[in-house]
Design a protein around this ligand. Sequence first.
Ligand code: MG
Length: 160
Amino acid sequence: MTFRTGIGYDVHQLQEGLPLWLGGIQIPHTKGLLGHSDADVLIHAICDALLGAAALGDIGKHFPDTDPALKGIDSKILLAKTCELLDSHGYTIGNVDAILCLQRPKVAPYIPLMRETLATIMHLDTDAVSVKATTTEHLGFEGREEGVSAIANVLIERKH
Ligand code: MG
């Protein structure tokens, strides 16, 4: 049985008037994240962690932001495709642990739905998907509400 771990990190810029997608759900806020896709920074960090664990490159390689077909795409689709890619390489996912770094809005009330949403896409039990959130105590770009960052760590296992 071979276990492997992976780490992912992503940042997107906050702008007034855009929808805020985090962990596959839309959260009411005055600002949203700017990106080629729906800019779901949490899902992107998880995708990068999964790809990294399998040494399959990164999200930019598989889903380039120059691809017009991916313009505005729901990042849940990118996560599903990433999971299919790992499956095709003989990997199953063990667990995911992720951190969202943002000053506002408070996302704690939305975390249970994020975990359920992500777990469903990854065919995992909800208790295998952890999402945490922290402010940066008003420090840095997250603290100034200029952007949101996310870090994810995953464990995968080779099936055969
Ligand atoms: Mg991204």
